[in-house]
Design a protein around this ligand. Structure first.
Ligand code: HEM
Ligand code: HEM
Length: 191
């Protein structure tokens, strides 16, 4: 699989980062929503630590992904896509990138305002972003949760659009983000 994007396919780097981040976000949503209701115990502390470490990993992966996106660009627009759809998709993609950055950052602020130490998988100590502050902690915990649900809504719309392209418009939008051969690209002359 070519690592770089071509004019009609996402390359291996973009595909791997896209799907790895999707899987990690699903794991994080599940961990986050279940961990807050756990009774106080070492298990709860370990689950929070895991949530934070995976969240920091996502943050780093998204920075790498954005850097790669700026370096490698994107494949050409799928032929036949109306202008308004292209504009909406571009806005959606940048909104998702923004949420992918801001959601973990807000979690980092929640943790800092709570006054808890932060480590990445017990190996690297990270600094607090703000001083301990009870009110800020409460507010940012709400913001963190709100950002997560905004990402869920946008990601569902985004996935719906990808499925619409594949099944209704029958074009290559979804196929070119999946490993080659997983789906038949409907507009590549093989229908
Ligand atoms: C993309 C990455 C992330 C996602 C999708 C995510 C998602 C979530 C979700 C769904 C919750 C549960 C919210 C609730 O029901 O109250 C939560 C809670 C929390 N997250 Fe994250 N999170 C991410 C990154 C991080 C990071 C990087 C940190 C810290 C460095 C962090 C720290 C926390 C903390 C401390 C809570 C508990 C908040 C509370 O006590 O109410 N999160 N997260
Ligand atoms: C947490 C969930 C998701 C997030 C945060 C996300 C994020 C993104 C972002 C930021 C891009 C833009 C790539 C760029 O132009 O640089 C993208 C592209 C894409 N995503 Fe997702 N995505 C998610 C889930 C999904 C799912 C579930 C599907 C399929 C059902 C999907 C299908 C696609 C496709 C086909 C593209 C390429 C669009 C094109 O070539 O114009 N994504 N995604």
């Amino acid at each position: 699989m070519a690592l770089e994007n071509t004019s009609d396919q996402w390359g291996g780097v973009s595909k791997t980062l896209h799907w790895l981040i999707v899987i990690l976000i699903i794991v994080m949503g599940w961990l986050g929503l279940t961990m807050v209701d756990l009774p106080n115990s070492p298990h709860k502390i370990a689950t929070y630590a895991l949530h934070k470490s995976i969240g920091l990993t996502i943050f780093a992966l998204v920075i790498a992904r954005l850097a790669w996106r700026l370096y490698a660009g994107a494949p050409a627009e799928v032929a036949g896509t109306p202008r308004w759809q292209h504009t909406l998709a571009t806005l959606m993609h940048w909104a998702l990138y923004a949420l992918l950055l801001v959601t973990p950052l807000s979690g980092w602020i929640v943790n800092s305002a709570a006054g808890f130490p932060l480590q990445w998988f017990g190996m690297i100590n990270l600094p607090a972003l703000v001083a301990r502050d009870h009110d800020l902690h409460e507010r940012m915990a709400n913001v963190h949760q709100y950002l997560f649900w905004t990402m869920v809504v946008l990601a569902v719309l985004h996935a719906g659009a990808a499925l619409y392209h594949h099944f209704i418009q029958r074009d290559a939008t979804l196929a070119r983000m999946l490993p080659r051969g997983w789906l038949r690209a409907n507009d590549q002359g093989d229908t």
